[in-house]
Design a protein around this ligand. Structure first.
Ligand code: UDP
Ligand code: MG
Length: 317
């Protein structure tokens, strides 16, 4: 029986997988139970898969899933959870920004009886000012817009208990925001703090476009507030407009001065059109996600599942 599962999503990480494997191996050998290192290859186009195959040939604790294309980080993590067999499941990035040694502390907390142990970043090294600030802002906006308690400055690096993992696997929503879902399921949760290291090698696999999609997923999955803001803004603007109409009428009917035409007209038209289009866009974000759900496609497609569900190959320690 496997006690610990480590899920490692990898996307074009040929420069780091080997080192990640070594560090994880070193840490997990200090634990008290059998473990599996479950790599999820998210459609890498470099040598990542070849390296994984090499490692897996020599080590029976290594398993991997190979996606048919790139499905995204959150989906890769989800697939890992679907296949993980351990009683405690750890999710960790492949780039060693999250120090594997922390897993030992997480396991200790788990043994004390916590179901979720998440790692909170007190510092982030080696990331751009822009990334740090936008991430900071995002976590705060997210927190302000949802009713569930999503911890600040916390990534997906965390340990979850079997029962949390089972709950998450039963939620098949498509535009997934895993760390929010973990908060949503509840159970006994606790944090440990750490300083986030630099990437071991390579560059971030989260360009701005993916980050924006990710943050929209986070907010739309857990909040209707953007829609409420739209209706509130609409209401305020209507009230303001009625007041303004009264002023204009008064000037026209009871005084000699009228407000001259073109500039004021074009200003209000442009302003209101901008607001309307923006609000339609927000509604569109939600409708697009409803559409994704309605299509009901599988979350991911696995083209190879190496050493999965093969009891005899599990760690023999
Ligand atoms: N990743 C993935 N699929 C993607 C993008 C990223 O599996 O489409 C993996 C990546 O290999 C890494 C983790 O997700 O293990 C986090 O990505 P990254 O370190 O690039 O993000 P950052 O730390 O810069 O936010
Ligand atoms: Mg990283």
């Amino acid at each position: 029986m496997v006690k610990y599962s480590i899920i490692i999503p990898v996307y074009n990480e040929e420069l780091v997988v080997k080192e990640t494997y070594k560090r994880l191996k070193n840490v997990m050998d200090q634990t008290d139970g059998a473990y599996e290192l479950l790599f999820v290859n998210d459609g890498s186009r470099d040598r990542t898969l070849d390296i994984l195959k090499e490692i897996a040939l020599k080590d029976v604790t290594v398993k991997y899933l190979d996606f048919s294309r790139n499905f995204g980080h959150q989906i890769a993590v989800t697939a890992g959870m679907d296949y993980a067999q351990g009683n405690a499941i750890v999710i960790i990035d492949a780039d060693l920004q999250d120090p594997p040694e922390l897993i030992l502390d997480m396991i200790r907390k788990w043994q004390e009886g916590f179901d979720v142990v998440y790692a909170k970043r007190t510092k982030r090294k080696g990331e751009t000012f822009f990334k740090k600030q936008t991430a900071r802002l995002f976590y705060r906006v997210l927190r302000a817009s949802t009713d569930i308690d999503i911890p600040l400055d916390t990534g997906d690096f965390r340990l979850i208990d079997r029962r949390v993992c089972d709950q998450l696997s039963s939620m098949k929503e498509r535009n997934r925001f895993v760390r929010g879902l973990v908060s949503w399921v509840g159970f006994k949760q606790t944090a440990i703090e750490y300083e986030r290291d630099e990437r071991f090698a390579g560059e971030t696999k989260y360009p701005l476009k993916k980050m924006l999609k990710f943050s929209m997923d986070g907010i739309t999955s857990f909040s209707y507030k953007p829609l409420k803001i739209a209706s509130l803004l609409g209401m305020l603007l209507s009230i303001f407009s009625i007041g303004w109409i009264l002023v204009v009428l008064y000037l026209k009917l009871f005084t000699d001065s009228t407000i001259t035409g073109w500039s004021s007209l074009i200003m209000t038209t442009l302003f209101f059109n901008g607001i309307i289009l923006m609000m339609l866009g927000i509604i569109g974000e939600y409708i697009g996600r409803i559409y994704d759900e309605a299509k009901n496609r599988p979350l991911y497609i696995v083209q190879e599942a190496y050493r999965m569900n093969e009891e005899q190959n599990l760690s023999l320690r």
